[in-house]
Design a protein around this ligand. Structure first.
Ligand SMILES: [Zn+2]
Ligand SMILES: [Zn+2]
Length: 106
């Protein structure tokens, strides 16, 4: 087997396993790896009926960041080596946990 074959970054999708995390959008699907435009994405197994997808692997945990006394509740996704697990909701401050300060400055 030739090992030196150069492959695009999306090659590793085949090595990823589906995760048993329920899709918050349709409530019935789970997440499976798929080829995204810029690398692997995690999309709902009810695709294409459900268009929900995440750019990082969901951890199965829910965001516990509270905003206006209401828990966010969005799915948490895996972070990187330097960033902790983060919220998948782009509008949630916990999306960028490394930028969060322990106390707000207002
Ligand atoms: Zn779904
Ligand atoms: Zn959140």
């Amino acid at each position: 087997m030739p090992k030196s074959k150069s492959q695009p970054a999306t090659c590793c999708v085949e090595n990823l396993q589906p995760v048993r995390v329920r899709c918050p959008e349709c409530g019935g699907g789970q997440f499976e790896p798929a080829r995204g435009r810029f690398g692997p994405i995690w999309r709902c197994t009810n695709h294409p009926q459900c268009a929900f997808w995440l750019s990082s692997k969901p951890t199965g945990k829910k965001c516990r960041y509270t905003l206006d006394h209401k828990p966010c509740g969005a799915l948490m996704v895996e972070g990187t080596k330097t960033i902790a697990d983060r919220c998948s909701d782009k509008n949630c401050p916990n999306r960028n946990p490394h930028k969060l300060k322990s106390t707000a400055t207002d």
